[in-house]
Design a protein. Structure first.
Length: 238
């Protein structure tokens, strides 16, 4: 398999983000037989560009491929060939080979679904790490617990205030510490309902029983919802 078979238009190749192109490169590398050995980025670039020449965008395509290759190395999907004492030969890591050969795994690749840098500091490390390890139910629980803790701290409430009742108290339409009294009552009530509903739906069930959550897309969406709530709390705490 060659890269041009997966991305036939060089204009499309240049427009792809490094992670998107990187997963295509991963698929190519995983399709090659073992006897082809390892190679560095230059060897891959030289071979890949043969499928697009002649083209006035060859230089841009080379940069795009190099950026994608760097992304793959940063994700530990491509590593130095341990069989070589010298040189820059690379091979797929165990996870890289699995992703390269499994279309479903590539589609749901966690690093592609939940960007660490986009997460609130309260959940950026622990929750992201759990998600990367495919502990989706625990990641969701920890994200929602972070929301609960942030609301309690910002509203100055006690440790006995928990769950949906905590949210109702913190965002009480008339007296809630985190209520924005400059907006109409209906909007205040809506925000109270949002926080209480989210905690009731996504945090409480994970607190009381085992909840099977094996869809990375769904987990990412719930974590990003928690992320949004944390940013609202930050805004109301200033």
């Amino acid at each position: 398999m060659h890269l041009a078979e997966l991305v036939s238009d060089i204009d499309v190749l240049v427009a792809l983000e490094p992670d998107e192109l990187g997963l295509h490169i991963l698929q190519v590398l995983a399709s090659w037989p073992a006897h082809m050995g390892s190679q560095g980025v230059q060897g891959f670039v030289n071979g890949a560009l043969q499928g697009y020449r002649p083209s006035p965008r060859a230089q841009e395509a080379e940069q795009a491929i190099r950026e994608a290759w760097a992304w793959l190395e940063g994700q530990a999907l491509i590593i130095l060939d341990p069989r070589l004492l010298v040189g820059d030969g690379r091979v797929l890591s165990r996870k890289g080979r699995r992703l390269g050969r499994d279309a479903q795994a590539r589609r749901t690749f966690s690093g592609h679904r939940l960007a660490k840098e986009a997460l609130h500091p309260n959940i950026r490390e622990d929750v992201w790490a759990l998600y990367q390890r495919e502990k989706y139910d625990t990641a969701v629980f920890e994200a929602m617990k972070a929301v609960e803790v942030a609301v309690r701290d910002a509203a100055g409430l006690s440790a006995t205030d928990i769950g949906a009742s905590l949210m109702r108290k913190a965002f009480d339409v008339n007296s809630g510490k985190l209520t924005d009294t400059t907006v109409v009552p209906a909007e205040r009530q809506a925000l109270s309902d949002l926080f209480a509903g989210v905690i009731g739906a996504y945090k409480n069930p994970h607190s009381h029983r085992n909840v099977a959550l094996d869809d990375p897309d769904e987990a990412a969406e719930i974590i990003l919802l928690a992320n949004h709530l944390l940013r609202i709390v930050d805004a109301r705490s200033q």
